[in-house]
Design a protein around this ligand. Structure first.
Ligand code: BES
Ligand code: MN
Ligand code: MN
Length: 458
């Protein structure tokens, strides 16, 4: 590892410059007008993987955005790591809230600011650099590696399951390695062992067949926006419990051991509230903040649209309204069951004075990953080398839908070795990646591939 580590030290700046080029390509998967940018981003990544010596590098077209595949399988007798990540990013809007252009990576106060810096281009890149160092210095990798970097994670991996099903034989491995989650905090790196699932719904509501003068008609017909607010308000009670019938039925309760482990992390509710600029925290009664984020389900309005929202006032009863509502799920809630229960409930809450149309967007299953796998041990040792401190074990509030597919379709466990920070502002304006963690992440990744090989003295 000495040569690998000195290579990484000597190539510090080169690693950062390559990441900046990767971040300059606006690979926003949800916007159709970025389609060619997404393709260019896949090609940029594929070219880099070819350059560092990965084999069978391919940009695989799908009905949506392409998948980048690469492999290096010349370590007979060694285990195989399937490294997964995503090169697509969330939209950068609202642009005016960014201090620097989201697609012109800029360093301020030891952070690299750009859309995708943490989620997930920076974290994909740190693996590319770790693999490069091994290949460059030894002409080989300590283990076999397959890479699957998709361009549609941020749109719920629309075409990935189909690809995995079709390439089952090519994707055999011992474990999946993902760097797309966060550390516990700046001092404490972490290994994740759980992800929440997701159901994302849209409620469309329609009342009168046209907008109406709110004086001339107000009081005579149901106002769709009032009704939409009523429906949403009805879905969470005063204890922060979701009122959808059957919603909590399949949840595996937290064990006392796990609750104690969360408590041992000594989370500061005050600091958290202060960082977010809120006077108090709020959530489901009877649970701590960490429990609420990591191990309890939620229902949140992500967007609301309707009526007059311009400057000034306009007296009008809008004909239509819309709400985007997401629910985060925990084991063993089933997205399909929850989506259906939501639909039935919204229909029931809506009076006959309005018409309701409900759409389903992306879904993802909640998952817990094993903690006793040899690859977890390797990741633990790798992080300890990279950060000089051993990782804590945490669950994550976010979702990575493909992790359940890896488990169910390929029988593969996943290790979540994330290097983001809870305040990296992923999906928000001014997303950043802490540069120190970027470098410590590269070193940890380089150690991971070494530690997971059986002859770790090489
Ligand atoms: N990297 C995140 C998932 C994540 C976020 C894990 C925070 C741990 C902490 C991923 O890119 C993501 O944003 N996933 C989406 C999935 C959705 C679009 C189906 C999410 O969680 O909203
Ligand atoms: Mn991500
Ligand atoms: Mn994301």
């Amino acid at each position: 590892m000495d040569r690998v580590l000195s290579y990484l030290e000597a190539n510090h700046d080169q690693a950062l410059e390559g990441l900046k080029d990767f971040l300059r390509i606006p690979s926003v998967s949800t916007h159709p007008h970025h389609k060619t940018d997404v393709l260019h981003c896949a090609e940029y990544l594929a070219n880099e993987l070819r350059r560092i010596g990965m084999k069978r590098v391919d940009v695989v077209p799908t009905a949506g955005h392409p998948i980048v595949y690469a492999e290096w399988l010349e370590a007979p007798g060694q285990p195989t790591v399937l490294m997964y990540g995503h090169y697509d990013v969330q939209p950068a809007e609202p642009f005016d809230l960014w201090e620097s252009d989201p697609f012109d990576p800029t360093i301020r106060d030891g952070n690299l600011f750009a859309r995708g810096s943490t989620d997930d281009k920076g974290q994909v890149w740190l693996h590319v650099k770790a693999l490069e160092a091994h290949l460059e210095q030894h002409g080989r990798l300590p283990v076999n590696v397959k890479m699957l970097i998709e361009g549609e994670e941020e749109v719920a991996s629309a075409h990935l399951d189909e690809y995995i099903e079709k390439h089952k034989e090519d994707l055999t491995a011992d474990v999946v390695m993902i760097s797309d989650t966060t550390m516990y905090d700046y001092e404490r790196p972490a290994i994740g062992y759980g992800l929440r699932g997701l159901v994302y719904m849209e409620i469309q509501i329609e009342g009168p067949n046209k907008d109406l003068h709110s004086g001339g008609y107000g009081g005579s017909v149901a106002n769709p926006l009032n009704i939409l607010s009523d429906i949403i308000a009805e879905m969470i009670d005063s204890d922060g419990r979701i009122t959808i019938p059957g919603f909590y039925d399949d949840i595996v309760p937290l064990t006392d051991t796990e609750r104690a482990a969360f408590t041992a992390l000594a989370f500061s509710e005050d600091e958290y509230a202060e960082r977010l600029g809120v006077a108090e925290l709020k959530g489901e009664k009877g649970y701590s903040t960490l429990e609420r984020i990591w191990a309890r389900p939620t229902l949140d309005v992500n967007g609301l649209l309707g009526g007059f929202t311009g400057e000034g006032s306009k007296t009008v009863i809008a004909s239509k309204g819309m709400a985007k509502v997401s629910m985060r799920l925990v084991p063993n809630q089933d997205p399909e069951v929850i989506a259906q229960a939501f639909e039935v409930y919204v229909e029931k809450l809506a009076p006959s004075s309005v018409k309701i149309n409900i759409l389903r967007h992306g879904t993802g299953k909640p998952i817990l990953t094993p903690r006793d796998h040899p690859a977890v041990k390797a990741a633990d040792q790798a992080i300890t080398q990279g950060f000089g401190i051993s990782p804590v074990y945490i669950r994550e509030g976010g979702s990575i839908p493909v992790v359940a597919t890896f488990q169910e379709r390929l029988g593969l466990p996943t290790v979540l070795m994330g290097f983001g920070l809870p305040d990296c502002d992923a999906h928000a304006p001014n997303e950043k990646f802490n540069l120190k963690n970027f470098y410590r992440g590269i070193i940890s990744a380089a150690w991971f591939y070494q530690e997971y090989s059986k002859d770790s003295e090489a």
